[in-house]
Design a protein around this ligand. Structure first.
Ligand code: PLP
Length: 386
């Protein structure tokens, strides 16, 4: 039986053990320690921000950002709809109310048109959101200039969910550094990993210090354990930060490799009824996952393709099911790109993500491509017979 091909498996550099060994040798096993401090500095330097806080997950980083922005009970938070549930769960942790914003076709990310309508209506009702969570899907940066202009006009801070877009660029500036806060994830499937982990970043050093306080049980500066505010235990372990340091050194190579994976798919599938996820001019996606949609006129369904790949021991996925279509959020308000034009729902209906690991071997990728080609060609033949 052929070996299983995974969607986005971890890709170790071989240098991780040296950092782990050092942590053991110096007995820095507890959370915090020199690897954590160094990892924070190295990430901040690489992406060009003043401060960073290493935490246990990307979700925790989003949660801290909302806490810092004063998001509380019954406050409104806008959020991209086409994303993983982790983008919006922290809104619920705070007892706040999510309002979902549709995608636009050029980047699959938050639609400035939809955001403008949502902000205008919110202003009229005197219910402006406390924050806007903007996701950079599969590595592709959103249209930040247009989105930021609107957010600034209404004075609403932006939290960039850059969990999938570490190493991506928007107009020569790192994805995740354009809003009040940015967050990254180092979960096992992301472009680099600490097995599990995340990072909160900002140019506001005071805010990051405040986040550090909340992430360490909100311990008051007293000679004993005194607490005046509700805190969390969110800090990253020194052992895992060591893994992150080794991984970070390979980030550039990982981006290059994923972009090459994308290019090979694009080249090999270009005559089929598929449309690859676009890359907006002025942006450089890390191509965390290669994604495409099946053309409307095709009779090929995403699940047919996924099943065919599965039969060949190849893991692929549907595009995220939009959050406004999730049972969890059935009460939430939603602003579509244009009236009667739900882009996120359409991308979900027709979208597929392919194995995109930076360690995907060319012969394995060839297997994926052959399976897609056969399935797509079979669908075309079938259509003719019908
Ligand atoms: C992975 C991911 C997260 C959450 O990161 P964790 O580290 O798994 O908590 C948040 N948002 C998006 C878009 C993600 O893909």
């Amino acid at each position: 039986m052929a070996q299983k091909i995974f969607l986005s498996p971890p890709h170790m550099t071989g240098q991780e053990e040296a950092y782990i060994e050092e942590a053991f040798r110096t007995n820095w096993i507890a959370p915090l320690g020199p690897n954590v401090d160094a990892f924070e500095k190295e990430v901040a330097q690489l992406i060009g921000v003043k401060a960073a806080l290493a935490v246990q997950s990307g979700t925790a980083a989003i949660h801290l950002a909302l806490e810092l922005l004063g998001v509380g009970k019954d406050d409104i938070v806008f959020c991209s709809s086409l994303t993983f549930v982790a983008s919006a769960n922290p809104i619920l942790y705070q007892g706040a109310v999510p309002v979902f914003i549709d995608s636009e076709p050029d980047t699959w990310n938050m639609s400035p048109e939809a955001l403008e309508r949502a902000l205008k209506e919110a202003a009229q009702l005197n219910r402006l959101p406390k924050a806007i969570i903007i996701v950079h899907l599969y590595g592709q940066p959103a249209k930040m200039n247009a989105l930021k202009k609107l957010a600034d006009q209404y004075e609403v801070p932006i939290v960039e969910d850059a969990a999938e877009s570490l190493g991506s660029m928007y107009e020569l500036k790192s994805s995740g550094t354009h809003g009040a806060f940015g967050i990254y994830s180092f979960n096992g499937n992301k472009i680099i990993t600490t097995s599990g982990g995340g990072m909160l970043v900002s140019d506001n050093e005071i805010a990051i210090e405040r986040a550090r306080f909340f992430a360490t049980q909100a311990k008051d500066p007293a000679p004993y354990y005194q607490h005046s505010l509700k805190g969390y235990n969110y800090r990253m372990s020194n052992v895992l930060a060591g893994v992150g340091r080794a991984q970070l050194k390979a980030l550039d190579q990982r981006v290059t490799a994923r972009r090459e994976v994308y290019k090979r798919y694009e080249q090999a599938l270009k005559d089929l009824d598929l449309i690859m996820m676009p890359e907006l001019q002025g942006t450089r996606s890390n191509r965390w996952l290669t994604a495409f949609t099946i053309k409307r006129e095709s009779n090929l369904l995403p699940e047919d393709l996924i099943h065919a790949l599965e039969a060949e021991q190849i893991e692929s996925r549907r595009v995220w099911k939009p959050l406004h279509l999730q049972p969890l959020f059935k009460e939430a308000a939603y602003y579509s790109h244009r009236k009667g034009e739900d882009i996120a729902a359409d991308l979900f209906k027709r979208g597929v993500c392919l194995p995109s690991g930076s360690n995907l071997q060319q012969e394995d990728q060839h297997r994926v491509i052959e399976t897609i080609r056969q399935t797509a060609e079979y669908a075309v033949v079938n259509k003719k017979v019908l």
